[in-house]
Design a protein around this ligand. Structure first.
Ligand SMILES: CC(C)[C@H](C(=O)O)[C@@H](O)C(=O)O
Ligand code: SF4
Length: 773
């Protein structure tokens, strides 16, 4: 019999389909994960969950851990151990906890004494851990970076980190297909960062919501791997779950000789490259959304506001509310101008800068540093620049830069030459902006308070940050650039196994306020409403309560829970930090009486109704749902959500409801504003007012509803499918043997995994619990 002809598939469809372990009728899929990166911020609670349930890590050979967010970037010459090196207590606890966990669970780890340490999204590709056609996850939203290799790579929350550690799979659903085609040559002074900033300016921060973006076109093909990584990195700022680029010769050349890639020219390399070469979208494949960009329209681009979509050409002026049609956008503009201390109509090149930050997982690679060196060589940074930092993305990037003498160029020009880490991208370490300081930054997020409470961030390319450092103001790199700029001439560093190196002691800034044990006004301990471990969830059937109204668009998870609270190793106690910057006066620390959650009856809210779109966009921090839950909010109603936040809420027994009908949403908002109770009935999928009158219907996918209504979380359910997972792994070993641990990840004995019976959770292991769905 002739087999049915398959419809043309996209690159995303192909990679997704090749990893399905199981698929349910409602479209819920169990997806095999090839590569798992782990860092100190989003893993402690996941390891705690494994411990509580006596579970092991299923594939240590496919897991790689490092420490990056909390680490000081001061010299490591006298480094002995993290416990002595990291001064700030909460950061130290998080780093030490990761070290305890990697030892206990037998994982490969690049610590501060290892030259291979660095930002997760820099070290994965650098080591050849990231390979074409793989699924790659990390408890970090910028996992999208790895899509530059034709991998399906996306950020996950901490509950999902635990799921992957335990089962090497994830429960997920298909995303939409979006294609962004960029054609033409990049002009002088225009880099891949300008391309992605321009794209986000065009499609908005919610433009890719629910989709995986495939980037293609002649401009993308001409980019180096590092430039492609900068593009895919910021897919999350475009709202997408992931970004992908079809692998080609540029990809294969980059992978040659990487420690964890198949050995170059070996039979395995040939087999791997043959299979990677098939990873392209088929002719005629269908996309749900298509966008075309002509590079003629892309100039050096810079952000002016507090969202990555707030961009203008460097030759432009600061926009004003009148430049926007939409009422939400007008309001957002007013708010952003106030926060950024800018006046509409000011030429961007008149805006004076205080600090410069070159680094991050977007632009902390060797080619980025080379381009900065090209601009600043033989020059000095302007006298008004208080601090200009160059923070390499990894120890190996730093080593390579030093081998090329770039550090001398930077130091001579007046830059600080730092050790590797996330640094001032989000300021979980001492590298932060003071209130109202303005920073030219090569990072990816310009949210309020991102680089330090009250700090002002302008996003740009490395060469534009270099130009700003020289000019002391935002500047057009084309005025500073030597002829050859924009092209990274040299190849990327080849990676070797690093030897230990060591450091000085550093004084960490005291980022306090971690809320270990919340207290009531009498100082008595208050029981937290958030789960203290991952073992089991409360059931969600009906919820009746006060709903707090909000009308802000694009509320990001940095706003829901700022970075200083991510240093906890617990899930509980975050309620009083919820919306911290909006809820409390920055100077006195007192309640801001105008903020909705500080007013009665909303201080008792169980539901949040946000009429602005894209609630929970940005970072993958599960601390956002934990903080809401700890405050007492278990249901959020909004027109749309950031994808990772949306998933994270379900994993905590919370219900995010997308209400897209404007009329229904405004009826609900009217009730909320009047301070009347609302009822959310998940069993019947309706929202009612206090009198029981139906206001809106909603639809929650069957599997998710089943888990919520029965109080199940899904690790136990997945562990029941061990046979299927094991079969998938056998097939994977046969067809793609290079994906089993190789190099220093190779395990001596085959990985044998037993699912321990765990009577103390309600995750489905206990007899009599509802397992079928
Ligand atoms: C800490 C982590 C959860 C977070 C992310 O997911 O993006 C961080 O990397 C960030 O950039 O805000
Ligand atoms: S976005 Fe910044 S904080 Fe997040 S992983 Fe990248 S460098 Fe680190």
């Amino acid at each position: 019999m002739p087999s049915a002809v398959k419809p043309p598939q996209t690159l995303y469809d192909k990679v997704f389909e090749a990893h399905i372990v199981d698929e349910k009728d409602d479209g819920t899929c169990l997806l095999y994960i090839d590569r798992h990166l782990v860092h100190e911020v989003t893993s402690p609670q996941a390891f705690e969950g494994l411990r509580n349930a006596s579970r092991k890590v299923r594939r240590p050979d496919c897991t790689l851990a490092t420490t990056d967010h909390n680490v000081p970037t001061t010299p490591r010459k006298n480094f002995k151990n993290v416990a002595d090196f990291i001064q700030e207590e909460d950061s130290r606890v998080q780093a030490v906890t990761l070290e305890d966990n990697v030892k206990a669970f037998n994982l490969t780890y690049f610590g501060l004494g290892d030259k291979r340490q660095g930002i997760v999204h820099i070290i994965g590709p650098e080591q050849g851990f990231t390979l074409p056609g793989t699924t790659v996850v990390c408890g970090d939203s910028h996992t999208s970076t790895h899509g530059a290799f034709g991998a399906l790579a996306f950020g996950i929350g901490t509950s999902e980190v635990e799921h992957v550690l335990a089962t090497q799979t994830l429960i997920t659903r298909r995303s939409k297909n979006m294609r962004i085609q960029v054609d033409g040559e990049l002009g002088a002074g225009v880099s891949s960062k300008d391309v992605i900033l321009h794209i986000i300016g065009q499609i908005g921060t919610a433009g890719g919501t629910g989709a995986v973006i495939e980037y293609c076109g002649s401009a993308i093909e001409a980019m180096s791997m590092e430039a492609r990584m900068s593009v895919c990195n910021m897919s999350i700022e475009a709202g997408a779950r992931a970004g992908m680029i079809a692998p080609d010769q540029t990809t294969f050349d980059y992978l040659k000789g990487r420690p964890l890639a198949p050995e170059y020219d070996s039979p395995l390399w040939k087999k791997a490259t043959a299979s990677w070469s098939a990873l392209k979208s088929d002719e005629g494949a269908k996309y749900d959304i298509e966008v075309f960009i002509d590079t003629k329209d892309v100039v050096p681009t810079i952000s002016w506001g507090t969202s990555p979509q707030d961009v203008v050409p460097i030759t432009g002026v600061v926009p004003g509310p009148d430049d926007f049609q939409d009422e939400d956008k007008k309001q957002a503009c007013v708010r952003a101008l106030k926060y950024m201390g800018l006046t509409a109509g000011t030429p961007m090149q008149d805006v004076v800068v205080d600090k410069v930050f070159v680094g991050s997982c977007t632009n902390g690679r060797i080619e980025d540093l080379r381009r900065v060196a090209t601009i600043v060589e033989g020059k000095k940074i302007a006298s008004n620049i208080m601090r200009a930092m160059i923070v390499p993305g990894s120890g190996l990037v730093r080593k390579q830069a030093e081998a090329e003498g770039l550090h001398h160029i930077f130091i001579d020009a007046g830059f600080e030459w730092r050790e590797a880490g996330c640094s001032m991208c989000l300021g979980m370490n001492p590298d932060i902006l003071s209130p109202q300081e303005r920073c030219a930054s090569t990072s990816n997020r310009n949210f309020e308070g991102r680089q330090g409470a009250g700090g002002r961030t302008h996003l740009m390319s490395p060469e534009m940050a270099a130009a700003a450092a020289l000019a002391g103001k935002l500047a057009d790199v084309r005025k500073f650039a030597p002829q050859n700029m924009g092209k990274a001439a040299k190849a990327s560093p080849k990676v070797e196994v690093g030897d230990a190196h060591v450091a000085d002691l550093d004084t960490d800034e005291d980022l306090d306020h971690i809320l270990d044990d919340p207290e009531d006004s009498q100082g008595n301990a208050v029981p937290s409403k958030a789960p203290s471990s991952s073992a089991g969830m409360a059931k969600f059937t009906q919820l009746k309560g006060i709903a707090a109204p909000m009308d802000v668009a694009n509320i990001d998870t940095d706003a829901i829970i700022p970075k200083q609270f991510l240093k906890t190793i617990k899930r509980s106690g975050l309620g009083s930090a919820l919306f911290h910057a909006w809820r409390y006066d920055a100077i006195t620390g007192k309640d801001n009486p105008d903020f909705v959650l500080n007013k009665a009856p909303y201080n008792q809210a169980k539901i949040l109704v946000c009429t602005g779109p894209n609630f929970g966009c940005g970072s993958s921090r599960e601390h956002a749902p934990w903080a809401l839950l700890d405050f007492g909010i278990t249901c959020i109603i909004a027109p749309s959500f950031g994808d990772i936040f949306f998933n994270n809420t379900f994993k905590n027994g919370m219900l995010p409801l997308r209400i897209t009908n404007e009329q229904d949403l405004s009826t609900i908002a009217v009730e909320a504003k009047a301070g009347r109770e609302i009822e959310v009935d998940l069993v019947n999928q309706v929202i009612k007012n206090a009198d029981g009158k139906e206001m809106a219907k909603f639809d929650v996918e069957e599997f998710r509803r089943h888990c919520l209504v029965n109080g199940l979380d899904d690790i136990g359910l997945t562990m029941q499918m061990d046979d299927k997972i094991a079969k998938f792994e056998q097939r994977r070993t046969r067809d793609t043997p290079w994906l089993d641990g190789s190099g220093y990840l190779q395990r001596k004995s085959p990985v044998k995994v037993e699912a321990a019976p765990v009577p103390k959770t309600n995750r489905g292991e206990v007899k009599g619990e509802p397992l079928e769905w």
